[in-house]
Design a protein around this ligand. Structure first.
Ligand SMILES: C[S@@+](CC[C@H](N)C(=O)[O-])C[C@H]1O[C@@H](n2cnc3c(N)ncnc32)[C@H](O)[C@@H]1O
Length: 283
């Protein structure tokens, strides 16, 4: 799906570039999303052919001019505000509690910076990208992946007055009041270019709201996304609705019931736009 859009500020929107998924007829009995996707394996693995590194003693080393440099090339640093990471991790992985919006004080440059699902967390994305640029080695990459609120559809089956459309619109409005926005993924490409990155590439995806598509891959994506959001809707909403929009917790709980129902309604061909954006620091 990726298209090389190096140094270009404009480009077609996700809707223009991605086909509209065909809808699966809604069955009259039951709606177990997992029954429908049982043809998929849970354990499909990546092949090692994407990694040309030399492997030794459980570590990886550079392949080009193998043996000429003594340190492994595989150390991974993870950062979050909360110490929520598992402790059982490989020896080359270190997690730190840190605020990514504060000044970065890392002592060595990174080869790769990856940020997933950080929309709504970061107030100042241009500053984030400036710091990422300064902390990357020449030729290093940054990649981001974020959903874009509100929910949308290609065929108008998600009504503007539906609870899920109202919810996702209000979530975005409330996050903007907070100084950020749940549509920050729309701006990453331009902001990365402004920060000096090259080979800036935006790859838009559609993540269905539930198992409404006919296509099995999209159906599976919809199943997982649905479980994630139906289970998470109250936690996602609580701060934004009570603190930023002034709702009571009781009002919100009642609203969440309708939002969850809509999220599972397969007559709504809703999807989340998801932008994957990656870019390179010039050599
Ligand atoms: C939606 S979660 C995504 C977590 C993880 N990246 C993933 O994809 O599973 C957002 C995370 O960002 C963290 N976060 C929010 N603001 C942050 C900041 N200023 N610095 C570092 N982490 C932050 C939160 O603690 C939370 O764990």
């Amino acid at each position: 799906m990726a298209e090389n859009t190096s140094q270009s500020h404009s480009g077609p929107s996700a809707e223009e570039r991605l086909p509209t998924p065909a809808a699966d007829p809604v069955p009259e009995d039951g709606d177990s999303v997992f029954d429908e996707i049982s043809a998929y394996s849970e354990t499909t693995s990546l092949t090692s052919t994407i990694l040309n590194y030399r492997r030794e003693n459980g570590r990886t080393y550079h392949a080009y001019k193998a043996g000429s440099y003594i340190l492994p090339n595989d150390n991974v640093t993870g950062v979050d505000l909360s110490p929520i990471q598992p402790s059982f991790v490989p020896p080359n992985v270190s997690f730190f509690v840190d605020d990514l919006e504060a000044e970065w004080t890392y002592t060595r440059p990174f080869d790769f910076i990856y940020m997933r699902a950080m929309t709504g967390s970061i107030r100042d994305w241009p500053k984030m990208f400036r710091q990422a640029y300064e902390n990357l080695s020449p030729g290093g990459y940054i990649e981001l992946m974020d959903p874009i609120y509100p929910v949308t559809s290609d065929d108008g089956t998600v009504p503007k007055e539906s609870a899920v459309f109202k919810w996702s619109t209000l979530m975005n409005e409330a996050a903007h009041k907070l100084g950020t926005g749940l549509d920050s993924g729309l701006r990453y490409k331009d902001q990365l270019i402004d920060a000096g990155f090259t080979n800036v590439t935006e790859a838009p995806y559609k993540w269905p709201m539930n198992t409404w598509p006919k296509d099995l891959k999209l159906k599976e994506l919809g199943a997982w996304g649905n479980v994630n959001l139906v289970g998470g809707v109250q936690g996602l909403s609580m701060f934004l609705f009570t603190k930023m929009l002034g709702w009571s917790t009781d009002e919100l709980e009642v609203f969440c019931v309708d939002v969850r129902k809509d999220m599972c309604n397969k007559e709504f061909h809703g999807y989340w736009r998801v932008n994957v954006v990656y870019a390179q620091k010039p050599e």
